[in-house]
Design a protein around this ligand. Structure first.
Ligand code: 5GP
Ligand code: MG
Length: 186
């Protein structure tokens, strides 16, 4: 039996490209204020946060902050729309972490497992201090007690695509955030 994939709700953006940029600028104000002109390591969790990270660090640059960007890939949901419950590193950082201030950048804080695991891993490697930054937050789904230091939008328990976020590797290219909807009834 084949299952019909959910459809993207392309007619109605949850947050438009303009709304996203406006909020990222506000977040950059806050982050730049906190870090000042001191260099820090901005770690973008792949792949979902790559567009958010690209926009955020350019907003930070406009405010004279000094992020040094690196990437880490963690296990993803694959084609699922809910967490499997354990996280592993698929591709490693390229820069040393020991003694550095770190800003972890992720697309969405859901159960909290990804941020919690990443933070723990980086402290074990000798990070000096770690802050966390997410574009979206689904507090209703939290299974690990963690909150982000910087948060773009708080949302309900819906599955989001666009602006870097995927379903089965599709839809990352959409310039806005939207939801997946159930397939229309025949
Ligand atoms: P957590 O470990 O907090 O449960 O989940 C974090 C990761 O799950 C995110 O980095 C993201 O990759 C994925 N994720 C959680 N919710 C969504 C969602 O609504 N849409 C998409 N595309 N990915 C999600
Ligand atoms: Mg992710």
């Amino acid at each position: 039996m084949t299952t019909t994939p959910p459809h993207p709700d392309l007619s109605c953006a949850l947050y438009s490209a303009d709304q996203i940029q406006k909020r990222i600028n506000e977040m950059a104000d806050e982050i730049a204020r906190d870090y000042g002109h001191e260099e820090f390591l901005a770690i973008s969790i792949m792949k979902g946060s790559f567009i958010f990270a690209a926009d955020l660090i350019r907003c930070l640059s406009a405010r004279k902050a000094q992020p040094v960007l690196d990437f880490i890939t963690l296990s993803s949901y694959g084609s699922e729309t809910s967490s499997r419950g354990s996280i592993s590193v698929l591709t490693e950082l390229t820069l040393p972490v020991t003694g550095h201030r770190i800003l972890i950048i992720d697309d969405i804080l859901d159960t909290g497992l990804t941020l919690h695991t990443t933070r723990h891993l980086l402290y074990e490697r000798g990070a000096k201090d770690i802050r966390t930054c997410v574009l979206l937050d689904k507090p209703a789904r939290r299974s690990v007690p963690i909150e982000a230091n910087y948060r773009g939008f708080q949302i309900k328990n819906v599955f989001i695509i666009g602006y870097g976020l995927d379903y089965n590797n599709r839809y990352r290219h959409l310039p806005y955030l939207t939801t997946l909807t159930p397939p229309p009834s025949p």
